[in-house]
Design a protein around this ligand. Structure first.
Ligand code: 1CP
Length: 355
């Protein structure tokens, strides 16, 4: 498909390790409940209805782009569309989050999980939203596609929703390691085909979200997360060949593994706020781009303090092989103006550092 010419490729250059004239910046969950215009659309529509309606998903993807000087758009959707495509019912309960009325609790429940997914049939609506958004973005910034990492998706499928410690999902790892591996393999297969399809529909960069890395022990991470996320990077790039796009791995609480992940094919490693930038750089080496990592709650600070924390983050990461972001997503009670301070400070301070 022919799309409008890209006019701002800062984030792609930073991901590839090329020179930039200012540091690119975006925010995870930049389209979401902290924006009044998002809440307005949400008043009239169910969450997954929005995901399934390309016009609405596109409109919401563009909302933060119209407001702020961001360097990337991320397609509006959710990581839980993959469990839905695998046959599980997922509802979004306002104010509470995702809920699976019938989670997987015992190995025989795997009978309710599809072993393969026809991406176009089950998730074609995401591809339509991606293609439409590429057109409407008119080349302003690159469009990022994403999926949840297999362990993070499995943890929701077994737990049935959010949880501080995911005891049911962890019970599976201890009592049903073979079935866990089988389920992770099924999810991995879908993730690979889904990400490839997203690029073919217009996504210019990909991010894999491992929001639940920190729930695992280090050896569990090596057994139940690492092989699967490594397979995703390798297989997506193989399948796309010359069309391959930069890939980012975000983990919350997965610092211990970022050195290995940096060698497994990801171009960008996105870190949370619990690691110092210098330490992250030491772990990943010089050939990978880092993304992150301001504590999202720093957005509760006053303007001066927030700008100073942002400058400090940039000073520590440096302007090479770096994409500025928060250490996790935007939260519903942030003021939109605080994201503006963050974005504008990244731009002005990095231009100064680079000049
Ligand atoms: O702007 C963007 O970033 C794009 C939209 C996006 C993305 C990338 C949404 C919209 N969700 C996600 C990914 C996602 N979904 C992750 C990975 C990133 C992260 O860790 O934040 C996770 C863990 C989910 C699961 C999920 N979906 C949660 C967390 C539940 C928990 O406590 O474990 C929640 C609250 C949702 C709902 C959701 N997804 C997105 C929005 C805007 C919302 C709020 C829904 C509403 O309006 O009620």
């Amino acid at each position: 498909m022919e799309f409008p010419k890209l006019r701002n490729d800062l984030i792609l250059r930073a991901a590839r390790g090329e020179d930039v004239e200012r540091v690119p910046v975006w925010a995870m969950r930049q389209a979401g409940r902290y924006l009044p215009e998002f809440r307005k659309v949400r008043e009239d529509h169910d969450f997954f209805k929005i995901c399934r309606t390309p016009e609405l998903a596109c409109e919401i993807t563009l909302q933060p782009i119209l407001r702020f000087d961001l360097d990337a758009a991320i397609i509006f959707s959710d990581i839980l569309v993959i469990p839905q495509a695998l046959g599980l019912v997922v509802e979004m309960v306002p104010g509470k989050g995702p809920h699976f009325p019938q989670p997987i609790r015992e190995p025989q429940d795997l009978e309710r999980v599809a072993t393969t997914v026809d991406i176009q049939m089950e998730l074609g609506y995401v591809m339509d939203a991606v293609a439409l958004t590429r057109v409407r973005l008119d080349g302003k910034v690159p469009l990022v596609g994403f999926c949840g990492a297999p362990w993070t998706l499995m943890s929701y499928m077994i737990e049935g929703g959010g949880s501080p410690s995911f005891p049911h999902a962890k019970r599976w790892l201890y009592t049903y390691p073979d079935e866990s591996t089988k389920l992770l393999g099924i999810i991995t297969e879908v993730c690979v085909n889904y990400l490839v399809a997203k690029v073919k529909s217009g996504a210019q960069m990909l991010q894999v979200f491992e929001s639940h890395a920190g729930i695992l022990t280090i050896s569990q991470f090596r057994q139940f997360a690492l092989p699967f996320i490594s397979a995703i990077a390798r297989r997506v790039k193989e399948a796309l060949g010359d069309e391959a796009v930069p890939m980012t791995y975000f983990s919350r609480g997965g610092h211990h593994a970022i050195g290995t992940i940096a060698e497994s094919g990801y171009d960008v490693i996105s870190v949370d706020w619990t690691i110092e930038p210098e330490e992250a750089r030491k772990l990943v080496g010089p050939n990978v781009t880092l993304q992150g990592n301001l504590d999202p709650c720093a957005l509760f600070s006053g303007e001066e303090k927030l700008a100073s924390l942002t400058r400090d983050m940039l000073d520590k990461f440096g302007c090479k092989r770096y994409i500025a972001n928060l250490g996790h997503g935007m939260m519903p009670d942030f003021k939109p103006e605080s994201l503006e301070v963050f974005v504008n400070t990244v731009h002005s301070h990095s231009e100064k550092l680079l000049s």
